[in-house]
Design a protein around this ligand. Structure first.
Ligand SMILES: *Cc1c(COP(=O)(O)O)cnc(C)c1O
Length: 390
């Protein structure tokens, strides 16, 4: 007698699901929510926290783990935790470290949503001081007995101001505080904050790491001890990165070095062009010798990246200029193959009250440019024809 054939629904679920012998070169996408236990005892050990392993993709997934191991390796961290967005990574890192009653020092020029997050931390009883960390004296003055954390980006978004990673890390460690750095703009190819003394590095992987503008993601890297705690916190917040998005980011990272080299050389060419143009009041690019912190740039970075800030002579010409561009794409975000351009005062930094914004140097005339991988000459020609219209 033939074995009883399983029913239609059972076969629709189980037929053909046997593991294959094929060994792929590109990593497979483990598009699964739970992972099977070997037996009841194994399940008990995993769930009881006695053994580490794959249980559920909100906590750990093999595809996502490739991304985590890759970024930890490149940044010089012991471990990493991927999250569904750069902001999920920032939140998970901050919530892991900070409790009510703690004090945090935050650079005043920072990604708009990060600024907003720290403003809102006040409602959880966290004291926050926004400070110009580019001057170490300001950081030293801001420390309190309960300072737990110093958080900044360097170069800062969008003014391209730098903070001395080594000096701030030493000052913070002397007082028992930690240093978290958002390294989205530089990537580990051009700057490795952990090697300069920082404790934790955060990325919006949406930008250069993925590099193709087709997914959102974030990641935190640091010691195994910190990442273990962050993984626990993040699992309860729930912002897991999907296996497919992890796979896209991992694929993007394979070309990070070649892309960053081209972003850097293209940005230098565009910055030099803008600097010579009569309708441009000022160009802020760390690779130009007139950047006020050019020496620091050369000391803590090994390239200058693809981000440029510049001021158009008259704020009223900004929309005319932006609307005249044909090749450069008018949008927020950065780090993509396409050249992206935006107006921080009305776009990414519109959440910052105007009075503060102007004090931080985010002027109405300021334009932020993420130089892409097109031919430099074509990007320059587009800027030139748009500037002719104002
Ligand atoms: C984009 C960005 C973020 C936020 O990342 P998302 O992936 O958009 O959540 C944080 N920091 C910097 C510097 C960024 O550019």
């Amino acid at each position: 007698m033939e074995p009883k054939k399983a029913g239609f629904s059972t076969r629709a679920i189980h037929a053909g699901e046997k593991k294959t012998e094929a060994v792929p070169v590109a990593a497979p996408i483990y598009q699964t929510a739970p992972f099977k236990f070997k037996n009841a005892a194994h399940g008990g050990r995993l769930m009881g926290g006695k053994e580490e392993g794959y249980v559920y993709s909100r906590g750990l997934n093999p595809t996502t783990e490739i991304f985590e191991k890759k970024i930890a390796d490149l940044e010089g961290g012991e471990a990493a935790l991927a999250q569904a967005s750069g902001m999920a990574a920032v939140s998970a890192a901050v919530f892991t470290e900070v409790s009510s009653g703690d004090h945090v020092i935050v650079e005043e020029v920072i990604y708009g949503s990060t600024y907003d997050l720290f403003v809102n931390l006040k409602k959880f009883g966290v004291e926050v001081s926004f400070v110009d960390t580019s001057d170490i004296g300001n950081v030293e003055k801001a420390f309190r007995k309960n300072t737990k954390l110093v958080f900044f980006e360097t170069p800062a978004n969008p003014t391209m101001k730098l903070t001395d990673i080594k000096a701030v890390s030493e000052a913070a460690h002397d007082r028992g505080a930690k240093v978290f750095i958002d390294n989205t703009f530089m990537t580990p190819y051009f700057q490795q904050p952990l090697s300069l003394g920082a404790d934790v590095v955060i990325h919006s992987a949406t930008k250069y790491l993925n590099g193709h503008g087709d997914t959102i993601g974030g990641v935190i890297t640091g010691t195994s001890e910190f990442i273990k705690r962050a993984r626990h916190t993040a699992k309860n917040i729930g912002g897991a990165l999907s296996p497919f998005n992890s796979w896209l980011i991992t694929r993007g990272m394979k070309t990070l070095a070649v892309r960053m080299d081209r972003h850097d050389s293209n940005a230098m060419a565009v910055a030099k062009f803008l600097q010579e143009h009569e309708k441009i009041a000022k160009v802020i690019y760390p690779g130009l010798e007139n950047h006020p912190q050019y020496d620091l740039a050369r000391k803590q970075m090994c390239g200058f990246g693809g981000m440029i800030a510049f001021l158009i002579e008259d704020a009223k010409d900004v929309p005319v200029f932006l609307d005249s561009l044909k090749l450069c794409t008018l949008t927020i975000s950065l780090g993509d193959v396409e050249t992206l351009i935006q107006h921080p005062a009305t776009m990414t930094h519109s959440v910052v009250p105007r009075e503060n914004r102007l004090r931080y140097g985010i002027a109405d005339e300021l334009v932020r440019l993420s130089v892409g991988l097109e031919d430099a000459g074509d990007i320059i020609s587009d800027m030139e024809q748009a500037l002719d219209n104002i």
